[in-house]
Design a protein around this ligand. Structure first.
Ligand code: 2AM
Ligand code: CA
Length: 287
Protein backbone atom coordinates (compact mmCIF):
# COMPACT_ATOMS: atom_id res chain seq x y z
CA UNK A 1 0.00 0.00 0.00
CA UNK A 2 1.38 3.45 -0.90
CA UNK A 3 2.42 5.72 1.94
CA UNK A 4 0.44 8.93 2.30
CA UNK A 5 2.27 12.04 1.15
CA UNK A 6 4.33 13.97 3.71
CA UNK A 7 3.99 11.40 6.47
CA UNK A 8 6.87 11.41 8.89
CA UNK A 9 7.52 8.52 11.24
CA UNK A 10 9.76 10.54 13.51
CA UNK A 11 10.24 14.05 14.91
CA UNK A 12 13.50 15.51 16.23
CA UNK A 13 15.08 12.10 15.74
CA UNK A 14 12.46 10.32 17.88
CA UNK A 15 10.61 7.46 16.20
CA UNK A 16 6.83 7.54 16.72
CA UNK A 17 6.73 3.75 16.59
CA UNK A 18 9.47 3.35 19.17
CA UNK A 19 7.60 5.69 21.53
CA UNK A 20 4.35 3.77 20.93
CA UNK A 21 6.08 0.45 21.66
CA UNK A 22 7.88 1.65 24.80
CA UNK A 23 4.76 3.33 26.12
CA UNK A 24 2.51 0.30 25.53
CA UNK A 25 5.09 -1.98 27.16
CA UNK A 26 5.41 0.25 30.23
CA UNK A 27 1.65 0.69 30.64
CA UNK A 28 1.09 -3.04 30.08
CA UNK A 29 3.61 -4.07 32.73
CA UNK A 30 2.06 -1.61 35.15
CA UNK A 31 -1.52 -2.82 34.67
CA UNK A 32 -0.36 -6.43 34.93
CA UNK A 33 1.29 -5.61 38.27
CA UNK A 34 -2.09 -4.25 39.44
CA UNK A 35 -4.14 -7.30 38.41
CA UNK A 36 -6.52 -8.11 41.24
CA UNK A 37 -5.40 -4.97 43.11
CA UNK A 38 -7.85 -2.32 41.96
CA UNK A 39 -9.62 -0.48 44.78
CA UNK A 40 -12.30 1.55 42.99
CA UNK A 41 -14.77 -0.10 40.64
CA UNK A 42 -17.08 2.33 38.85
CA UNK A 43 -19.69 1.90 36.16
CA UNK A 44 -20.22 4.10 33.11
CA UNK A 45 -23.16 3.71 30.71
CA UNK A 46 -24.56 0.53 32.28
CA UNK A 47 -23.84 -1.87 35.16
CA UNK A 48 -21.77 -3.92 32.68
CA UNK A 49 -19.65 -0.94 31.53
CA UNK A 50 -16.78 -0.91 34.03
CA UNK A 51 -13.90 1.41 34.90
CA UNK A 52 -11.22 1.24 37.61
CA UNK A 53 -8.58 3.64 38.85
CA UNK A 54 -6.09 1.43 36.97
CA UNK A 55 -7.70 2.38 33.62
CA UNK A 56 -7.31 6.03 34.57
CA UNK A 57 -3.75 5.59 35.89
CA UNK A 58 -2.70 3.71 32.77
CA UNK A 59 -4.09 6.47 30.54
CA UNK A 60 -2.29 9.13 32.59
CA UNK A 61 1.00 7.23 32.31
CA UNK A 62 0.55 6.82 28.55
CA UNK A 63 -0.46 10.43 27.97
CA UNK A 64 2.46 11.76 30.04
CA UNK A 65 4.99 9.65 28.16
CA UNK A 66 3.67 10.52 24.71
CA UNK A 67 3.24 14.22 25.47
CA UNK A 68 6.77 14.41 26.88
CA UNK A 69 8.11 13.25 23.52
CA UNK A 70 5.61 14.98 21.24
CA UNK A 71 3.98 17.94 23.06
CA UNK A 72 2.51 19.36 19.84
CA UNK A 73 0.52 16.19 19.07
CA UNK A 74 -3.19 15.69 19.88
CA UNK A 75 -4.44 12.94 22.19
CA UNK A 76 -7.73 11.01 22.36
CA UNK A 77 -8.02 8.49 25.20
CA UNK A 78 -11.03 6.54 26.46
CA UNK A 79 -10.80 7.86 30.01
CA UNK A 80 -10.62 11.51 28.89
CA UNK A 81 -14.05 11.28 27.25
CA UNK A 82 -17.50 11.23 28.83
CA UNK A 83 -19.14 7.77 28.56
CA UNK A 84 -21.59 6.95 25.77
CA UNK A 85 -21.57 6.85 21.96
CA UNK A 86 -22.55 10.51 21.43
CA UNK A 87 -19.76 11.96 23.59
CA UNK A 88 -17.28 9.54 21.96
CA UNK A 89 -18.27 10.63 18.45
CA UNK A 90 -18.08 14.31 19.43
CA UNK A 91 -14.67 13.87 21.07
CA UNK A 92 -13.36 12.18 17.93
CA UNK A 93 -14.76 14.92 15.67
CA UNK A 94 -13.00 17.61 17.71
CA UNK A 95 -9.53 16.14 17.06
CA UNK A 96 -10.04 14.02 13.95
CA UNK A 97 -8.30 16.38 11.50
CA UNK A 98 -5.29 17.01 13.73
CA UNK A 99 -1.99 16.47 11.96
CA UNK A 100 -0.85 13.91 14.51
CA UNK A 101 -3.43 12.29 16.79
CA UNK A 102 -2.69 9.55 19.34
CA UNK A 103 -5.69 7.28 19.98
CA UNK A 104 -5.40 5.26 23.17
CA UNK A 105 -7.28 2.60 25.08
CA UNK A 106 -5.36 2.22 28.38
CA UNK A 107 -7.04 -1.13 29.14
CA UNK A 108 -9.07 -2.80 26.40
CA UNK A 109 -10.93 -5.57 28.18
CA UNK A 110 -11.60 -3.92 31.54
CA UNK A 111 -14.19 -6.54 32.51
CA UNK A 112 -11.56 -9.26 32.05
CA UNK A 113 -9.03 -7.20 34.01
CA UNK A 114 -11.48 -6.82 36.89
CA UNK A 115 -12.19 -10.55 37.00
CA UNK A 116 -8.58 -11.65 36.52
CA UNK A 117 -9.34 -13.26 33.14
CA UNK A 118 -6.01 -12.82 31.33
CA UNK A 119 -7.21 -11.37 28.01
CA UNK A 120 -6.83 -7.60 27.99
CA UNK A 121 -4.52 -5.20 26.22
CA UNK A 122 -3.14 -1.71 25.84
CA UNK A 123 -3.98 -0.19 22.47
CA UNK A 124 -2.03 2.77 21.07
CA UNK A 125 -2.49 4.20 17.56
CA UNK A 126 -1.11 7.27 15.84
CA UNK A 127 -3.12 8.88 13.02
CA UNK A 128 -1.82 11.46 10.56
CA UNK A 129 -4.59 13.69 9.18
CA UNK A 130 -7.18 11.06 10.10
CA UNK A 131 -5.32 8.02 8.76
CA UNK A 132 -3.78 5.49 11.14
CA UNK A 133 -0.04 5.18 10.45
CA UNK A 134 1.16 3.33 13.58
CA UNK A 135 -0.70 0.69 15.61
CA UNK A 136 0.54 -1.14 18.70
CA UNK A 137 -1.46 -3.63 20.78
CA UNK A 138 0.24 -5.13 23.85
CA UNK A 139 -1.02 -8.16 25.78
CA UNK A 140 0.93 -8.13 29.06
CA UNK A 141 -0.45 -11.52 30.17
CA UNK A 142 1.30 -13.33 27.31
CA UNK A 143 3.95 -10.64 26.81
CA UNK A 144 2.91 -10.27 23.17
CA UNK A 145 3.40 -6.91 21.50
CA UNK A 146 1.85 -6.53 18.05
CA UNK A 147 3.18 -3.66 15.91
CA UNK A 148 2.13 -2.25 12.53
CA UNK A 149 3.32 0.69 10.47
CA UNK A 150 1.37 1.81 7.43
CA UNK A 151 2.92 0.33 4.30
CA UNK A 152 5.54 -1.56 6.29
CA UNK A 153 3.74 -4.69 7.54
CA UNK A 154 2.69 -6.11 10.89
CA UNK A 155 5.05 -7.76 13.39
CA UNK A 156 5.07 -9.87 16.53
CA UNK A 157 8.36 -10.42 18.36
CA UNK A 158 10.19 -8.87 15.40
CA UNK A 159 8.76 -11.36 12.88
CA UNK A 160 6.24 -10.47 10.16
CA UNK A 161 2.72 -11.79 10.79
CA UNK A 162 0.05 -12.62 8.23
CA UNK A 163 -3.66 -13.31 8.26
CA UNK A 164 -4.97 -16.85 7.80
CA UNK A 165 -6.19 -18.18 4.45
CA UNK A 166 -9.77 -19.42 5.00
CA UNK A 167 -11.88 -18.96 1.89
CA UNK A 168 -15.28 -19.76 3.41
CA UNK A 169 -17.14 -19.05 6.64
CA UNK A 170 -17.60 -22.79 7.11
CA UNK A 171 -13.82 -23.12 7.78
CA UNK A 172 -13.56 -20.03 9.95
CA UNK A 173 -13.04 -19.25 13.62
CA UNK A 174 -14.60 -15.84 14.31
CA UNK A 175 -14.81 -13.52 17.30
CA UNK A 176 -17.43 -11.04 18.38
CA UNK A 177 -18.32 -9.16 21.55
CA UNK A 178 -21.41 -8.70 23.64
CA UNK A 179 -22.04 -4.94 23.85
CA UNK A 180 -22.53 -3.41 27.29
CA UNK A 181 -25.57 -1.44 26.08
CA UNK A 182 -28.36 -3.99 26.65
CA UNK A 183 -31.10 -1.93 25.01
CA UNK A 184 -29.84 -0.73 21.63
CA UNK A 185 -26.61 -2.52 20.69
CA UNK A 186 -26.91 -5.95 22.32
CA UNK A 187 -30.04 -7.13 20.44
CA UNK A 188 -28.40 -6.21 17.12
CA UNK A 189 -25.26 -8.20 17.88
CA UNK A 190 -27.38 -11.12 19.12
CA UNK A 191 -29.23 -11.21 15.77
CA UNK A 192 -25.84 -11.35 14.10
CA UNK A 193 -24.63 -14.08 16.45
CA UNK A 194 -27.69 -16.23 15.80
CA UNK A 195 -27.23 -15.89 12.05
CA UNK A 196 -23.44 -16.32 11.89
CA UNK A 197 -22.89 -19.13 14.43
CA UNK A 198 -24.43 -21.99 12.39
CA UNK A 199 -22.33 -20.91 9.39
CA UNK A 200 -18.84 -21.02 11.00
CA UNK A 201 -16.57 -23.44 12.86
CA UNK A 202 -17.12 -21.49 16.06
CA UNK A 203 -17.22 -18.04 17.64
CA UNK A 204 -15.17 -16.67 20.54
CA UNK A 205 -15.86 -13.64 22.70
CA UNK A 206 -12.48 -12.92 24.27
CA UNK A 207 -13.56 -9.53 25.61
CA UNK A 208 -10.91 -7.25 24.04
CA UNK A 209 -11.67 -5.91 20.56
CA UNK A 210 -8.08 -4.71 20.10
CA UNK A 211 -6.69 -8.18 20.88
CA UNK A 212 -9.26 -9.86 18.61
CA UNK A 213 -7.95 -7.67 15.78
CA UNK A 214 -4.32 -8.47 16.66
CA UNK A 215 -5.24 -12.18 16.61
CA UNK A 216 -6.66 -11.83 13.08
CA UNK A 217 -3.37 -10.19 12.05
CA UNK A 218 -1.48 -13.13 13.56
CA UNK A 219 -3.68 -15.70 11.76
CA UNK A 220 -5.23 -16.99 15.00
CA UNK A 221 -8.74 -15.81 14.17
CA UNK A 222 -10.37 -15.59 10.72
CA UNK A 223 -12.50 -12.56 11.52
CA UNK A 224 -14.27 -10.34 14.05
CA UNK A 225 -17.36 -8.18 14.05
CA UNK A 226 -19.07 -6.08 16.70
CA UNK A 227 -21.59 -3.26 16.92
CA UNK A 228 -21.02 0.12 18.59
CA UNK A 229 -17.30 0.16 19.40
CA UNK A 230 -15.19 3.29 19.79
CA UNK A 231 -12.20 4.65 17.86
CA UNK A 232 -9.78 3.65 20.64
CA UNK A 233 -10.94 0.01 20.56
CA UNK A 234 -10.29 -0.23 16.81
CA UNK A 235 -7.62 2.17 15.52
CA UNK A 236 -4.43 0.22 16.31
CA UNK A 237 -5.92 -3.21 15.61
CA UNK A 238 -7.36 -2.15 12.25
CA UNK A 239 -3.91 -1.19 10.97
CA UNK A 240 -2.55 -4.51 12.26
CA UNK A 241 -5.17 -6.43 10.25
CA UNK A 242 -4.61 -4.37 7.08
CA UNK A 243 -0.84 -4.60 7.28
CA UNK A 244 -1.05 -8.37 7.87
CA UNK A 245 -2.99 -8.69 4.59
CA UNK A 246 -6.56 -8.63 5.91
CA UNK A 247 -9.57 -6.40 5.31
CA UNK A 248 -11.34 -3.91 7.62
CA UNK A 249 -14.67 -2.21 6.84
CA UNK A 250 -17.83 -1.25 8.62
CA UNK A 251 -20.70 -3.75 8.71
CA UNK A 252 -22.05 -2.41 5.38
CA UNK A 253 -18.72 -2.83 3.57
CA UNK A 254 -17.47 0.81 3.69
CA UNK A 255 -13.70 1.03 4.12
CA UNK A 256 -12.47 1.57 7.69
CA UNK A 257 -11.98 5.12 8.98
CA UNK A 258 -11.65 6.53 12.51
CA UNK A 259 -15.40 7.14 12.82
CA UNK A 260 -16.39 3.48 12.21
CA UNK A 261 -18.29 2.02 15.20
CA UNK A 262 -19.72 -1.16 13.63
CA UNK A 263 -16.72 -3.18 12.56
CA UNK A 264 -16.05 -6.17 10.32
CA UNK A 265 -12.42 -7.27 10.11
CA UNK A 266 -11.34 -10.48 8.42
CA UNK A 267 -8.46 -12.29 6.76
CA UNK A 268 -10.09 -11.28 3.46
CA UNK A 269 -11.57 -14.32 1.70
CA UNK A 270 -14.63 -14.49 3.94
CA UNK A 271 -15.29 -10.74 4.18
CA UNK A 272 -18.14 -10.48 1.69
CA UNK A 273 -19.81 -13.63 2.96
CA UNK A 274 -19.76 -12.38 6.57
CA UNK A 275 -21.22 -9.01 5.62
CA UNK A 276 -23.95 -10.72 3.57
CA UNK A 277 -24.99 -12.83 6.57
CA UNK A 278 -25.09 -9.74 8.84
CA UNK A 279 -27.12 -7.81 6.28
CA UNK A 280 -29.61 -10.64 5.86
CA UNK A 281 -30.00 -10.81 9.63
CA UNK A 282 -30.50 -7.02 9.86
CA UNK A 283 -27.54 -6.97 12.23
CA UNK A 284 -25.38 -4.24 10.70
CA UNK A 285 -26.15 -1.46 13.18
CA UNK A 286 -28.58 0.29 15.43
CA UNK A 287 -30.40 2.51 12.91
P1 2AM B 1 -13.17 -1.73 27.06
O1 2AM B 1 -12.79 -2.89 27.88
O2 2AM B 1 -12.04 -0.79 26.78
O3 2AM B 1 -14.36 -0.99 27.60
C1 2AM B 1 -15.75 -6.13 24.26
O4 2AM B 1 -16.82 -6.56 23.53
C2 2AM B 1 -15.24 -4.83 23.73
O5 2AM B 1 -16.23 -3.81 23.92
C3 2AM B 1 -14.00 -4.34 24.45
O6 2AM B 1 -13.07 -3.92 23.51
C4 2AM B 1 -14.51 -3.23 25.35
O7 2AM B 1 -13.56 -2.23 25.59
C5 2AM B 1 -15.63 -2.67 24.51
N1 2AM B 1 -16.62 -1.93 25.30
C6 2AM B 1 -16.96 -2.10 26.59
N2 2AM B 1 -17.90 -1.23 26.98
C7 2AM B 1 -18.19 -0.48 25.89
C8 2AM B 1 -19.09 0.60 25.62
N3 2AM B 1 -19.89 1.08 26.55
N4 2AM B 1 -19.11 1.12 24.38
C9 2AM B 1 -18.31 0.62 23.43
N5 2AM B 1 -17.44 -0.37 23.62
C10 2AM B 1 -17.37 -0.94 24.82
CA1 CA C 1 -10.82 0.64 27.95
Amino acid sequence: MAEPINVHYSASGKSFTAVAINTAAKAGEWIKSKLGAYTTLGTKTSPADLVTEIDKGSEKLIKNLIMTHFPEHSFLGEEGVEPGPLASAQALESVRDADYLWIVDPIDGTTNFVHGFPFFSVSIALAFKGEVIVGVVYDPSRDELFVAEKGKGAYLRGKPIHVSSEAALAESLLATGFPTDPVAALPVNMRGLTAVLPRVRNIRNGGSAALHLAYIAAGRLSGFWEINLNAWDLAAGSLLVQEAGGRVTDTTGQEYHLGVRNIVATSGGIHGELIDVLKQAEATGME
